[in-house]
Design a protein around this ligand. Structure first.
Ligand SMILES: Cc1cc2nc3c(=O)[nH]c(=O)nc-3n(C[C@H](O)[C@H](O)[C@H](O)COP(=O)(O)O)c2cc1C
Length: 327
């Protein structure tokens, strides 16, 4: 449960700006991702550019439960943005306290909130008091190694009425370098009674079981390891997915992109996803180079037909085509 919202499953697609849009989220959802998180959206954009923002928070009905993620620093503007988000009837509102990007954290938002735990707790508490849906927060371990405060922050958030915390096991300074510290996530889990979602460096089924064992967390959030690999939510390693099955999912994905964005933008945005679906396949380098040049759905579909006939990933055992995760 996240507050009053039942969650069916223990694997969750991470919010990822530029990747976790409605088409990709709905594909991951069908394979078993238990919550659809929309990518971070700044409160001022939600308030001042509601039309543009709506594309990032739009979701398909089958994605529920949906968590919409807010980027904020100041209470009144955050609440105005949250009210606006509530018009789309999300199931959960999530506050971002982890984004390391300078243009975000330089303005005191995202991971910079970890430098001001009292402010972060105040913001979370204001959301919890104002909104009728559960409030969650996504954090890192702290700003840098000298100021790790994950346990203190988690306790403050729990006291503020937050009902679940996702923890990416790195500091802001680390950005995406080094290894995620799963032991530190275990410290958060042990310090609070609310559910803690473990996040960082999960790329294989073995990683899922390992992070659960180390952290004791009831749920695992997967980001980069899910790009080109929605099968991870069905606990299947990507190398074991035969080319023809990848082709089935790629066709579904490109259709959804075109339906959601229109052909021109949909195909451009699909390119970076497409190359990830095929990168492990033997002899796919030339195809990857072509995939990033296509402009039309017809061109992409023809290339996908080629994929169906390609050799499987190196070292992959032969497998039956499965329709698991089909929508
Ligand atoms: C391209 C990209 C975009 C991201 N965008 C967001 C975001 O919008 N909100 C957020 O909370 N985290 C964001 N993250 C961080 C991920 O949610 C996740 O915490 C991080 O990638 C670590 O998990 P992983 O090792 O499974 O990728 C982003 C990460 C990447 C790689």
């Amino acid at each position: 449960m996240i507050g009053s919202v039942p969650i069916h499953g223990d694997l969750i697609l991470a919010p990822m700006a530029g990747y976790s849009d409605a088409p990709f989220r709905s594909i991951c959802r069908a394979f078993g991702s238990a919550i659809s998180y929309t990518p971070l959206l700044p409160d001022d954009a939600i308030v001042h550019a509601p039309q543009q923002s709506a594309r990032f928070t739009a979701f398909f009905p089958e994605e529920r439960p949906v968590a919409m993620q807010l980027l904020a620093k100041e209470e009144s503007r955050m609440l105005a943005a949250a009210d606006k988000l509530m018009e789309q009837q999300p199931d959960i509102i999530d506050l971002n306290a982890g984004c390391p990007v300078r243009k975000v954290s330089g303005k005191g938002r995202g991971a910079a909130l970890l430098l001001e735990p009292e402010r972060l707790a105040r913001l979370a508490s204001a959301l919890a008091r104002a909104l009728p849906v559960p409030i969650t927060v996504k954090i890192r371990l702290g700003w840098d190694d000298n100021s790790r405060n994950h346990v203190q922050v988690a306790r403050m958030l729990e006291d503020s009425g937050v009902v679940a915390i996702a923890v990416h096991g790195r500091t802001r300074e680390q950005a995406f370098s080094g290894r995620a510290d799963w032991q530190a996530i275990a410290e958060v889990r042990a310090a609070v009674d609310i559910p803690v979602i473990a996040n960082g460096d999960v790329r294989t089924v073995a990683d899922i079981e390992a992070i659960k064992a180390v952290t004791g967390c009831p749920a695992v959030m997967i980001g980069r390891g899910a790009i080109g690999n929605p099968w991870i939510f069905a606990r299947r390693d990507v190398e074991t997915v035969p080319p023809e099955e990848r082709a089935v999912v790629m066709r579904r994905h490109v259709h959804k992109m075109v339906a959601f964005y229109g052909e021109e933008l949909g195909i451009v945005l699909f390119r970076k996803q497409a190359v990830r679906y095929v990168q492990a396949l033997q002899g796919s380098a030339a195809l990857r180079r072509r995939l990033v040049t296509y402009q039309t759905e017809a061109e992409v579909l023809t290339a996908i037909d080629e994929i169906a006939g390609m050799a499987p990933a190196a070292g992959a055992p032969p497998q039956r085509v499965s329709t698991e995760g089909g929508v």
